[in-house]
Write a protein that binds this ligand. Structure first.
Ligand SMILES: Nc1nc2c(c(=O)[nH]1)N[C@H]1C(S)=C(S)[C@@H](COP(=O)(O)OP(=O)(O)OC[C@H]3O[C@@H](n4cnc5c(N)ncnc54)[C@H](O)[C@@H]3O)O[C@H]1N2
Ligand code: MOO
Length: 416
């Protein structure tokens, strides 16, 4: 009957077991182990790497009490309150060049920013606030004992916990490790992830293409995503829709820690990825109740986790963020990472059916969260337009402008 046929490429066909998003995520989280071993690397090479052990300060920061400004120092306990005229001793204290003796009570010393405070000096007056006359420093009233000094360890005490295992090191973390005496850190080696595009129609970017051919958009996108998540990419290239060719590439990918493919995840005659995983008896999940991305195929290929992402670039991108990223982060030693969305007012109207979660390309505008004009899964331009995703719940929903919706910026998915 014609009225049973729907013009809806996202309709959930009856009689199929659709796995809810949360169930598929929970299964990945339960089953995927940490596979990246710990290695020792110099701090200067550790940005983007994941700590394999907690980092503990081996030294205080700052290691000694020191001057916060360029000026003149003295001991507050050895002088009266109010304006002072103190004899200036010879020499000075500078960062890296300590004074090397105790300062005589009642005298003043030239001291520069970062210099360790010598014994007998606990207060520094800014050089702009004093005058020098006949070997004396004239200090106006109003100075405070201890002014312009930084106590030892005010930032970090020796032995303090700095960062937990599983933390991904950022440039500023390298400063913290270096400052607290750490030269070498224990980090997980990067995960090696094999990437394969499948489809007879695919041509690499920049090459001549016949009208029936399309450019391989997924592989550069996925390789860049993986790199920004700290993985090393093993490029398996693109395979035609040929079973034995695809099996050979999957075998090559099994040398890596994980395999990511796009295309051939659905149920068509040329959908070899889902068929290969099914025939190997290792397809653990297929058909997720999600839009876009429902033909996501999750399984093992010769013991290596394989993520068969859908071919449509929008579906490949969304499933990479939602399923692949937390899974790889866990395997890499960073722990399961699912960003918590922020509730923000919608600047759109939308009705959705029950039974599947939906992710829309979104960005923030003056009226709230805007969504891309089309939900088409081949509309790659919407990925560049967007700054994040809106996640609509599994249940039916009717959203009108001003309703709160769950928005997650791409930055929370580790994309700059
Ligand atoms: N009978 C059914 N047909 C389809 C279903 C279904 O459940 N039943 N699901 C639809 C959905 S939803 C999606 S998403 C697609 C994904 O299917 P595949 O993973 O098998 O992908 P392909 O058929 O190979 O390709 C889909 C589409 O994407 C283009 N593509 C593929 N690879 C790339 C690439 N590397 N760069 C750019 N574009 C690519 C390809 O040319 C196709 O246009 O299946 C629906 N069909
Ligand atoms: O899941 Mo398929 O998501 O067109 O878009």
């Amino acid at each position: 009957m014609a009225d049973k046929l729907k013009d809806d490429c996202f309709a959930l066909p009856p009689g199929v077991n659709w796995t809810p998003v949360d169930d598929a995520l929970a299964k990945l989280r339960e089953t995927l182990p940490v596979v990246a071993e710990a290695v020792q690397v110099p701090v200067a090479q550790a940005t983007g790497r994941i700590l394999a052990a907690p980092a503990v300060a081996t030294r205080a920061n700052p290691p000694t009490a020191n001057a916060a400004v360029d000026g003149y120092g003295f001991h507050s306990g050895a002088v009266a309150d109010g304006a002072l005229s103190l004899p200036l001793v010879e020499g000075r204290a500078a960062a890296g060049a300590p004074y090397g003796a105790a300062l005589a009570p009642g005298s003043a010393l030239r001291i520069l920013t970062g210099a360790s405070l010598p014994e007998g000096l606990d207060t520094v007056v800014l050089q702009e606030d004093v005058t020098l006359e006949e070997g004396h420093v004239q200090i106006p009233a109003g100075w405070r004992p201890g002014a312009n000094t930084r106590p030892a360890g005010e930032d970090v005490a020796a032995g303090a916990s700095l960062l937990p295992a599983g933390h991904r090191l950022r440039p500023q973390d390298l400063a913290l490790l270096a400052a607290t005496g750490i030269g070498v850190v224990s980090v997980h080696r990067p995960l090696r992830v094999a990437v394969l595009s499948t489809g007879d129609e695919l041509v690499p970017a920049g090459e001549p293409a016949a009208p029936h051919q399309i450019y391989d958009a997924n592989r550069p996108m996925l390789a860049a995503l993986l790199e920004s998540w700290g993985a090393e990419v093993v490029d398996l290239g693109r395979a035609p829709d040929n079973r034995s060719e695809i099996l050979a590439r999957l075998d090559a990918g099994a040398e890596a820690d994980a395999i990511v493919t796009t295309g051939g995840a659905s149920a068509g005659d040329e959908d070899h990825i889902s068929a290969a995983l099914r025939e190997a008896g290792s397809l653990t999940h297929w058909r997720i109740a999600v839009k876009p991305g429902r033909p996501l195929a999750l399984g093992l290929w010769r013991g290596t986790p394989a993520f068969g992402l859908p071919g449509n670039p929008v579906a490949a991108f969304v499933t990479a963020l939602v399923f692949l990223r937390p899974a790889l982060m866990q395997m890499a030693g960073a722990g399961w990472q699912q960003p918590a969305p922020t509730l923000l007012p919608a600047a759109f109207t939308k009705r959705k059916k029950a039974g599947r979660r939906e992710f829309l390309r979104a960005r923030l505008g003056p009226q709230g969260v805007e969504v891309f004009a089309s939900e088409g899964s081949g509309r790659i331009s919407g990925l560049s337009w967007a700054r994040g995703l809106v996640e609509l719940p599994d249940d039916a929903a009717s959203i009108t402008a001003g309703d709160l919706v769950a928005y997650t910026p791409f930055t929370a998915y580790g994309i700059a």
